[in-house]
Design a protein around this ligand. Structure first.
Ligand SMILES: CC(C)(COP(=O)(O)OP(=O)(O)OC[C@H]1O[C@@H](n2cnc3c(N)ncnc32)[C@H](O)[C@@H]1OP(=O)(O)O)[C@@H](O)C(=O)NCCC(=O)NCCS
Length: 170
């Protein structure tokens, strides 16, 4: 069966709708602001939207992170948002899948994610601690995750990662 939505890269005309979607999904304005700040700073590496007809029903951001040892491009996943009326219909999953492909084409070595431990492991995320990657947030081990691409797994991703400054708005 065809999906009732398509995934594509954001266009300039989508910016306001992306902010509104984040505000609605999160019930606050922090995440939408973060996306705008990342974009302005040139750190919004991948910004994907899920579209049904002319409506934006989902959004996912991948942004540049810094790593204490510069192993290559490390991206942070989030924020991700799906319109409440579209949740639990596969939009979030399709966005994550598409973001993995995009990250690969950007030659990312890893994606870091702070998120739900029942959701992200199905896309190959595992506790970042497995790769001795640490972050700035004090959260349970299974919530701070990494998806590591290819041979970099052996190249030593161990180190400390920082989300972009824009995330202080959250
Ligand atoms: C989290 C979110 C993006 C998932 O999108 P979605 O389109 O509903 O996801 P899918 O339909 O592909 O998958 C649904 C699955 O995600 C799980 N899930 C994902 N994130 C979750 C979270 N934060 N809390 C609880 N469950 C979550 C659901 O339990 C469900 O699991 P199941 O397949 O075993 O039933 C969406 O619910 C949302 O926008 N939530 C509000 C904003 C948010 O919390 N964003 C994530 C943090 S950046």
């Amino acid at each position: 069966m065809n999906q009732p939505f398509q995934i594509r890269v954001e266009a300039a005309a989508d910016h306001d709708a992306i902010t509104a979607l984040n505000d609605l999904a999160f019930g606050q304005s922090g995440e939408g602001k973060v996306v705008g700040l990342l974009r302005k700073a040139g750190a919004l590496r991948v910004s994907l939207v899920a579209v049904s007809g002319s409506e934006i029903v989902g959004h996912l951001a991948l942004s540049d992170m810094t790593h204490s040892k510069n192993p290559g491009l490390v991206l942070g996943l989030g924020p991700m948002s799906v319109l409440p009326s579209w949740q639990k219909k596969g939009v979030g999953s399709a966005l994550v899948q598409a973001s993995l492909e995009r990250a690969k084409s950007e030659d990312a070595v890893a994606i870091i994610c702070l998120g739900h431990p029942n959701f992200y492991p199905r896309f190959g995320f595992e506790p970042a601690s497995k790769h001795s990657i640490t972050g700035d947030y004090e959260v349970p081990d299974n919530v701070f995750m990494a998806h590591v691409f290819g041979a970099e797994q052996q190249l030593g991703l161990s180190g400390h990662v920082h989300y972009h400054e824009a995330f202080k708005e959250c």
